[in-house]
Design a protein around this ligand. Structure first.
Ligand code: FAD
Length: 437
């Protein structure tokens, strides 16, 4: 029975928890039928949200999660935009839940917020941490296996505690510079967000925002294969062992169409394996996303070359260490090329700054580096350390009203030390971060 019917056109402003203005225009045709609200248009079909923040981190993956926590803890009003529905990126959604390498040659070379997250995830999950004072026979033996579910919810909690506003299922469709930073136009389902911010840290894996803003990016014609992670037969002992992997050649994370293609192709390969098992093995686990090894990298103020990487060049503006073999996957597999004993490569701040840009940095696998250097730098511990360094720079730059490249290195180092990061050359001083919310 129709109880009441009205067309209600409202325009109003609401204020969210973080003081964010929510301007929503709703056109709601209301009716009540048999005690149920019925409308011809979903209520709040298009809510316009306005966010005024210091730092926007785009991409809540391996690097971006750490970046957002660092920016928030440094006192910057921080918004984290993540187009999927959880934090961790390749570490969790991709199922590559064995971050490495925090150590080299018997000592810890990367610590800080990434290490805090990894360590707490393992402890909470009753797992075991490697002993970094021992140099393992094979480099990957000191990677830390984490429970991907624990990792992503712990990361979420740490963001919230650091005062970071998380916006899942949103991405930027337009961005433009302003006198004091950036204006960004974002969309999510049911949400249109305008963001005014001073600094952007692009942690999208493929430098998508740098590309959108017209800064140069590079990528070879052929990229490393992606991989789909799954468990066929047995059980997936999450947090204890790695998943099975299958190469997805040509996997390309550039846009929704190429990602869809990679998903379809990867899942078909898994289905083929299942069929080949002829009922003897069950599909016990399948990650929601394929893993992408390589995409666009920025052309930065500084480019890390494979010679820099192999020789462990200590850049004057080094913001973190890295360590992993040169590790390029091809159609036929991978033959890691080990670094000479004692070599610890570094990441310069200039490799995180798109050439000619202001108020913009990247962090993660899209740093400015040649292909072979990138094949080692792309692993998770350096990505986390880059995220922390870029965000610390962004927070300081936002406060001082300058661009991150102009932040005095001593100030940057002081903030990073305060939050537990290892400054290149100070490996022996690695200590637990002092957590302050
Ligand atoms: C199969 C495989 C095996 C690997 N093995 C190892 C290993 O053994 N050890 C190791 O340490 N590393 C390994 N790596 C490398 C490592 O996992 C990745 O290079 C690293 O995690 C990349 O981190 P990132 O932060 O740059 O990107 P990601 O973790 O991919 O994060 C990017 C995030 O940005 C989001 N995003 C993208 N675009 C947008 C947008 N426009 N708006 C909002 N959000 C967006 C994504 O959803 C994602 O959450 C492996 C990688 C793969 C694929």
């Amino acid at each position: 029975m129709l109880e009441d019917a009205s067309t209600d056109r409202r325009k109003f402003l609401k204020y969210g928890a973080a003081g964010m203005a929510i301007a929503s225009t709703t056109h709601v045709a209301l009716a009540r039928r048999d005690g149920i609200n019925v409308s011809s248009e979903p209520e709040e079909l298009a809510v316009d949200v306005v966010s005024d923040v210091d730092v926007v981190v785009v991409g809540g993956g391996t690097a971006g999660t750490v970046a957002a926590i660092q920016a928030g803890r440094a006192g910057a009003k921080t918004l984290l935009l993540e187009r999927s529905g959880q934090l961790g990126g390749m570490t969790t959604v991709g199922g590559v839940c064995y971050p490495g390498l925090f150590d080299a040659w018997g000592k810890q070379i990367i610590a800080g917020i990434g290490w805090e997250l990894v360590k707490e995830s393992v402890e909470l999950d009753g797992g075991k941490l490697p002993n970094f004072s021992r140099v393992p026979a094979r480099h990957f033996q000191n990677q830390v296996v984490v429970n991907q579910h624990v990792y992503s919810i712990l990361a979420e909690e740490k963001c919230v505690q650091a005062g970071v506003e998380i916006a899942y299922h949103e991405f930027i469709h337009e961005a433009k510079p302003t006198a004091t930073g950036w204006e960004l136009f974002c969309v999510g389902f049911g949400t249109r967000r305008t963001v005014r911010c001073k600094q952007i840290v692009d942690c999208t894996g493929g430098a998508e925002i740098a590309g959108m803003l017209g800064f140069e990016r590079m990528r070879e014609d052929e990229t490393q294969p992606g991989s789909y992670l799954f468990q066929l037969g047995g059980t997936y002992d999450v947090g204890r062992k790695q998943l099975h992997q299958i190469y997805v050649h040509g996997a390309d994370s550039t846009n929704s169409r190429t990602v869809t293609e990679a998903k379809l192709a990867g899942r078909q390969l898994v289905l083929k394996k299942l069929r080949a098992a002829q009922g003897e093995k069950r599909l016990m686990h399948l990650q929601p996303e394929p893993g992408f090894r390589e995409s666009y990298r920025i052309v930065g103020e500084t480019m890390v070359t494979v010679n820099d990487y192999r020789n462990g060049r200590k850049f004057k503006d080094a913001v973190c260490n890295a360590y992993y073999p040169v590790d390029l996957h091809t159609k036929t597999g991978v033959r890691p090329q080990q670094l000479k004993p004692g070599t610890i490569p570094t990441v310069p701040r200039g490799a995180l700054i798109p050439k000619g840009s202001k108020n913009l940095q990247v962090a993660g696998r899209c740093l400015s580096s040649d292909r072979l250097a990138n094949s080692g730098l792309r692993v998770q511990a350096p990505c986390m350390a880059m995220g922390q360094a870029a965000a610390a720079g962004a927070a300081l730059a936002a406060k001082a009203g300058i661009t991150p490249g102009a932040v005095p290195l001593e100030k940057l180092y002081a903030l990073l030390r305060e939050h537990g990061a290892v400054i290149p050359g100070e490996e022996a001083a690695a200590k637990e971060p002092e957590v302050s919310y």
